[in-house]
Design a protein around this ligand. Structure first.
Ligand SMILES: [Zn+2]
Ligand SMILES: [Zn+2]
Length: 204
């Protein structure tokens, strides 16, 4: 029998029992539920002590997603050596279980993708690989935003054959002037090669 803390809503109790029954896994020994005055929820699952804890914010869907996320951890205990590094087990194996669980339990594709990504941006990559509808577009949009934040790469000098020259202490390409060091220098000395001079411009 699972012990639920008093604040655990009925829907959450039912979800814990039904999801574990469906996956033929015994339910956690303890489910702790607390409320906080904020939108998002957070959760922790301790497989070794048999406990799931949720700190629920006011966003109802985020509560549901958070509980389902923790249930996915419960159904799929992390290898022992990973238990102390929580983020390490948000991997392809985890999301292959978590996303179908979200979709089977009241979240739409769009909600599951957006909310999980709000907690763990790396989940977009897995949602995309799993073919969750809308994940491809969300993943592209995120890449576009990240590229914008880092600045835009522009070609300053088009591709050309590298011509090595000395410039004081440095070896440079005499066509574009960029310094060439380390393994690149060794390779270019030996075999020559081509390159392009790129510049990063701040995003507008
Ligand atoms: Zn997690
Ligand atoms: Zn050059």
């Amino acid at each position: 029998m699972t012990r639920f803390s008093r604040a655990t809503p009925d829907w959450a109790r039912e979800l814990v029992i039904s999801v574990c029954a469906e996956h033929q896994v015994s339910p956690p020994l303890v489910v702790r539920w607390a409320h906080r005055d904020r939108a998002a929820s957070s959760g922790v699952t301790r497989s070794d002590s048999g406990a799931i804890s949720v700190v629920a914010g006011h966003d109802q869907l985020d509560q549901r997603l958070t509980l389902l996320h923790e249930l996915a951890h419960w159904l799929l205990p992390a290898p022992r050596r990973w238990r102390r590094r929580r983020a390490a087990h948000h991997d392809a194996r985890f999301y292959a279980l978590a996303f179908p669980l979200y979709l089977a339990n009241g979240l739409t594709d769009a909600e599951a993708i957006a909310r999980e990504a709000a907690h763990y941006p790396s989940s977009l990559r897995h949602a995309r690989a799993l073919g969750v509808p809308g994940a491809e577009a969300a993943w592209r949009e995120r890449r576009r935003l990240l590229a914008g934040r880092r600045g835009i790469l522009r070609v300053l000098v088009p591709e050309h054959r590298v011509a090595l020259a000395r410039d004081g202490r440095w070896t440079v390409c005499s066509v574009c002037g960029q310094r060439i060091v380390g393994p690149n220098l060794v390779r270019l000395r030996r075999r020559g090669g081509r390159h392009t001079l790129l510049t990063r411009e701040a995003a507008s």
